[in-house]
Design a binder for this molecule. Sequence first.
Ligand SMILES: [Zn+2]
Ligand SMILES: [Zn+2]
Length: 149
Amino acid sequence: MANDILGGLLKGFSSFMPQDDPNTKLFQLGNELNDLQQQETQAYAVIGKRVFSNVSSDPEFGDLVLEIQTLQRRIAQVQSQMKATQDEKEAMEKRAQALRCPECGSENQEGVKFCGECGAKLGSSACSSCGTENPPNTRFCGECGNKLL
Ligand SMILES: [Zn+2]
Ligand SMILES: [Zn+2]
């Protein structure tokens, strides 16, 4: 008796399980279809790459061969642009880092020696007497006692 009730409950519950919902089913099947079609396209692409050199002089594929060659040139251009932009980004980050005040974190203009926000010394804090690098805003050189600020 108790089992019947439980069984009935489970049955009732399972009919509302999300996988029985037509929308969920359609969504899952749609995803599966996309996956399968992508795999199919990739397999075609592998065949295409293998036979490309054989058909590249075949006039029947003239337009497509031209298109692929144009695409390959564009891909190379975009790749080198990406590389250049990446380098530029890193250089910018390095510059920003160098101009960032170690005390208050605000960014300063290139060439300034002291933070415009809090007056902390920026850049290298090498001792003018002995050349030892001291932490920013150290008042006296840890090596020779020379006054730094
Ligand atoms: Zn500052
Ligand atoms: Zn010193």
